[in-house]
Design a binder for this molecule. Structure first.
Ligand SMILES: NC(=O)c1ccc[n+]([C@@H]2O[C@H](COP(=O)([O-])OP(=O)(O)OC[C@H]3O[C@@H](n4cnc5c(N)ncnc54)[C@H](O)[C@@H]3O)[C@@H](O)[C@H]2O)c1
Length: 269
């Protein structure tokens, strides 16, 4: 057994959606444990801030502009990580978007298609190319970002709920396909995290109050509070853990989510 279970020195980690929020906080945490980081994201401006924060920790960082819903972009991201650092040890497939808070009969088809393309197909494409590399070296760990909305439904979020349930299904499938090959695949299910994605919720009448009431800790998480679980799942400490989904949600799932009321003027989330 290794003495430092959380040693990521000289390891290479690919993080999608690493320009802001949970992805950025996790990238910095991995850097603090010695890993070199490759960020794949569509937001180039924010990525440069993340890259600077990572480099302050004395490790290497690289940004590859990537839309995770595009095959060529994802393949180029993984190829670049491997050609630059000579290895790919872990991946945090975390890029994601939400959609307007609407009941299914009012949800635009384009919004449904986009959220499935980014949140679900994006995870499939990332795992496809990551696994092709990890199989060659017979090792690796992958963490996919799902959501508590991947475990239980939330009214008004049909496309997002479907995509995140799909992420958990893909995670379990990838786990059993590769468990005997030295590759572990798990999922993170965040509750309410204070990131750019949820920033607008502060202005949406009632939504923050709803979330506070639904969360036994009565607050949203800071993005840094997601990083520990991702590092754990990628680390030697989790060497016998695969196919699992870990909810990091201030107790929401213990009591059960409270239903959002969809009013006559649905707000955007
Ligand atoms: N914030 C929450 O409360 C919460 C709760 C549950 C799950 N999540 C999930 O956590 C993940 C991270 O979200 P966050 O809260 O940090 O929000 P965020 O908006 O800060 O981060 C999302 C990142 O994904 C990137 N992105 C969006 N579309 C992309 C695409 N097509 N290709 C590549 N990158 C893309 C964005 O540029 C951004 O950097 C998402 O998958 C989200 O669904 C968030």
């Amino acid at each position: 057994m290794k003495t430092n279970l959380f040693d990521f020195k000289h390891k290479t980690i690919v993080i999608t959606g690493g320009s802001t929020g949970i992805g950025r906080a996790t990238a910095v945490a991995f850097a603090q444990h010695g890993a070199n980081i490759v960020i794949g994201d569509i937001n180039e401006a924010a990525a440069s801030e993340t890259i600077e924060l990572i480099k302050r920790e004395g490790v290497e960082a690289l940004f590859v502009k990537t839309d995770v819903s595009h095959t060529a972009d994802v393949k180029a991201l993984i190829d670049k990580a491997v050609s630059t650092f000579g290895r790919l040890d872990c991946a945090f497939n975390n890029a994601g978007i939400a959609h307007s808070l609407r009941p299914i009969e009012a949800l635009e088809e384009d919004d449904f298609d986009r959220v499935v393309a980014v949140d679900l197909k994006g995870i499939f494409l990332c795992m496809k190319y990551e696994l092709q590399h990890m199989l060659k070296v017979k090792g690796g760990a992958i963490v996919n970002t799902a959501s508590v909305a991947g475990l239980v439904p939330e009214a008004g979020l049909g496309g997002y709920v479907a995509a995140k349930h799909g992420v958990i299904g893909l995670t379990k499938t990838a786990a059993i396909e590769h468990a005997h090959l030295g590759i572990r695949v798990n999922a993170l299910a965040p509750g309410w995290v204070r990131t750019p994605m949820t920033k607008g919720w502060d202005e949406h009448k009632g939504l923050n109050a709803h979330l506070r009431a639904a969360t036994p800790m009565h607050r949203g998480a800071e993005p840094e509070e997601m990083a520990g679980m991702v590092l754990f799942l990628c680390s030697e400490a989790a060497s016998y853990v695969t196919g699992q989904t870990y909810a990091v949600e201030g107790g929401q799932m213990v009591r059960g989510l409270l239903p959002i009321t969809i009013g006559p003027e649905p707000g955007r989330i």
